[in-house]
Design a protein around this ligand. Sequence first.
Ligand code: 13P
Length: 258
Amino acid sequence: MTVRKPMMAGNWKMNHTHLEAIQVVQKLGFRLDAKDYERVDVVVCPPFTALRSVQTTIDGDRLQIQLGAQNCHWEMSGAYTGEISPLMLAKLTVKYVIVGHSERRQLFGETDEMVAKKLRAVLATGMAPILCVGETLEEREQGTTDAKVKGQIEAAFAGLPMDDAARCIVAYEPIWAIGTGRSAGPEDANNTIKVIRDHLRIGLGDEFADALRILYGGSVKPGNVAELMAMPEIDGGLVGAACLDPDDFGRIVQYSAG
Ligand code: 13P
C-alpha cells in the first residue's frame, strides 16, 4: 500500500501583516522540531504581501516550514493590473499554490475553466497546486455533493499529463463547514474524499489515485484534527481560522492519531 505523507497547510486568508507574519512563523518554528517535519509536511500560505518576509524568516532560522500562496494568475506576465504571476511566486521559493478556493469561486467569480488554467500555470513553473473542491449546503441537502465534486475534479484534471497530475494535491472543503466552526463529520469527509479518489482512479489508474494526497478543510482545529486524521482517506488538513495562532497550528501539526 502506498504511504501518503500527511500535510497540514495553513491558509492565512486575508490576515497578518508582513511584520505579524514574521512573529507567527518564528513562534511556529520554535514549537516544531525535526520529528514533526519528518512526520508531516508543514505549509503556510500567507497573503502575497507577507511571502517575502516569511521566506526570509524560514531561510534565516533554517526552518523546514514550506511556503505556499493562496492564489495566482494563469499568465506568466502581462497587462493584468493587480494580479500575481506564478513565476513571481516560484522565484520566492513558493512550493504550493491554492487554486479554486471556494472563497475565490464564490466571491471573485472564478470558474472551473479559470481554475483549470491556474492549475496548469502553477504546474508549468514547477510548483504544486492545492486544488480546492466542495459543495454548498444547498447542494449537500439536495444530495448532489458527489456530482459537484466529481465535476470540479474532472474540469481541473481533464487532459493533464500523468506526471503533472502526480504533482497535484486536492483539498475537499465543504463550503458549509468553512469558517462556521462546524466541521464535516470524519466519516462524511472520509466518504466524499473516497468518492474523489475513486473518480480519479477511473481516469488515471490505481497507482496515481493511491498516491494522491487529499486534504480535508473546514473548521479543522486542535480538538478535531485527530479524529479526522484517523480516517484512512484523509491525508491532511487545509486549515483556516485555527492556523492564525501558531500554538493552535502547532498543536494541529502535532496531532496524535491515537
Ligand atoms: P476554516 O478552518 O476557518 O473553516 O477555513 C477553512 C478553509 O477555507 C481553508 O482553506
